[in-house]
Design a binder for this molecule. Structure first.
Ligand SMILES: [Fe+2]
Ligand SMILES: [Fe+2]
Length: 289
């Protein structure tokens, strides 16, 4: 990404600003708020979310995804033990107001602890614990819109169910007849495994973990930000029957990701031995990033 200025790399004061916005869009009580209800006031935070999506929708092209895969799926950036990688992710402290937000490790532990408290299998707990590790992409200099944000298929028409659909007008794929039809380069219910999703932390971590975790865990990791599908079914014409079955797990995971902020922050030192054991059970000793 040459020629990007600092505002284009980091329009959000923190990655949490995106997650807070998702939470406003899909509140825990299940009401789907009308867009106008929460966007019709101006605030610096709203403006930064708008700007974030403007950049995301403009630059997440088919070619961007192929280029990012060619680079990051070489996994030649860093190699370290898993817990060290979680600590590394936690150096991503970019909030202007650290008092009001959780650090990355706290979010991951809260998500995982809520899953554990509900008695789910240990691989599900581990999935909660690592699901955002892909955000280390930011530490490799990737702009925020190539790391977080709602994800969506590229290579076919952008759904108007995706947040801020109007910003896709500036995406070159929108005017490219290979990519701007309902199916684009894909076919009816060809299955998500044959589809390129917009680039971000979800897809990246999927490739890191794909040989080590059960399939439902991999769906949770890979599609946890694909809100236009798991909340709005915008791409039913691309999912196959197996994807639909597996999306039940994505739906199960999502509330833990969004709604598990507890007022009492988990004590890392107390929980570390349990999570180190889980890591040792399922994952190799080191992670290649
Ligand atoms: Fe995430
Ligand atoms: Fe998350």
């Amino acid at each position: 990404m040459e020629g990007l200025n600092e505002n284009e790399i980091a329009p959000l004061s923190s990655l949490d600003v995106w997650e807070d916005d998702v939470l406003k869009r899909y509140p825990e009580d299940g009401t789907k708020k009308a867009k106008e209800e929460f966007r019709n006031y101006d605030s610096p935070e709203n403006d930064s979310v708008r700007e974030f999506y403007r950049l995301n929708h403009k630059y997440q092209t088919y070619d961007n995804v192929l280029a990012k895969k060619a680079n990051f799926l070489k996994f030649d950036k860093k190699e370290m033990p898993w817990w060290a990688a979680m600590d590394y992710l936690n150096t991503l402290v970019d909030d202007s107001d650290p008092d009001t937000s959780l650090d990355q490790l706290q979010h991951l532990l809260q998500t995982a602890e809520a899953i554990r408290a509900d008695g789910h299998p240990d691989w599900f707990v581990l999935t909660g614990f690592i699901h955002d590790l892909g955000k280390v992409l930011c530490l490799f200099g990737e702009p925020q819109w190539n790391v977080v944000g709602d994800t969506f298929p590229v290579g076919c028409k952008f759904s108007d169910k995706i947040v801020f659909p109007e910003f896709f007008a500036a995406n070159p794929d929108n005017d490219d007849e290979r990519f701007n039809t309902k199916y684009g380069v894909y076919t009816h219910q060809c299955g998500l495994d044959n589809i390129h999703m917009s680039w971000g932390h979800d897809e990246y971590l999927y490739h890191i973990t794909k040989d080590h975790l059960p399939e439902p865990a991999l769906y949770m990791i890979r599609y946890h930000s694909f809100y236009s599908q798991h909340r709005e079914n915008a791409y039913d014409h691309l999912l196959n029957t197996h994807d639909k079955e597996m999306f039940k797990w994505v739906d199960k995971f999502n509330p833990y990701d969004l709604y598990s902020k507890s007022p009492k922050p988990p004590v890392v030192a107390e929980l570390k031995p349990y999570y180190e054991d889980l890591i040792a059970k399922y994952l190799p000793e080191t992670v290649k990033l």
